[in-house]
Design a protein around this ligand. Structure first.
Ligand SMILES: [Zn+2]
Length: 89
């Protein structure tokens, strides 16, 4: 996927109830890398302290059409409330 925008990070943090001041976006992480492996790698950067992977932004989905990988403000697809509700419950 392309580089996520700052807006996507901000919205994602809101959705996950994470303080943006304590959030760091890692992108370009290859598919199939586990959270443990990401935490272990990021943890080698001592300045970061303890690193906890809270989720992947490509698991994030659009609240308008229900598709993964983009957010509603960037959505060009038609609204699909049924799909959004299925993902929320
Ligand atoms: Zn969409």
């Amino acid at each position: 996927m392309s580089r996520p925008s700052q807006l996507e990070l901000v919205n994602w943090c809101k959705g996950e109830s994470i303080d943006l001041k304590h959030a760091l976006l890692l992108y370009g992480v290859p598919e199939g890398v586990s959270r443990d492996e990401i935490e272990e790698t990021a943890g080698t950067i001592k300045a970061l302290g303890k690193v906890v992977v809270k989720g992947k932004i490509d698991e994030y989905f659009c609240y308008k059409c229900g598709e993964n990988g983009h957010i509603a403000t960037r959505c060009t697809a038609p609204e699909n409330p049924q799909k959004v509700i299925r993902k929320l419950i």
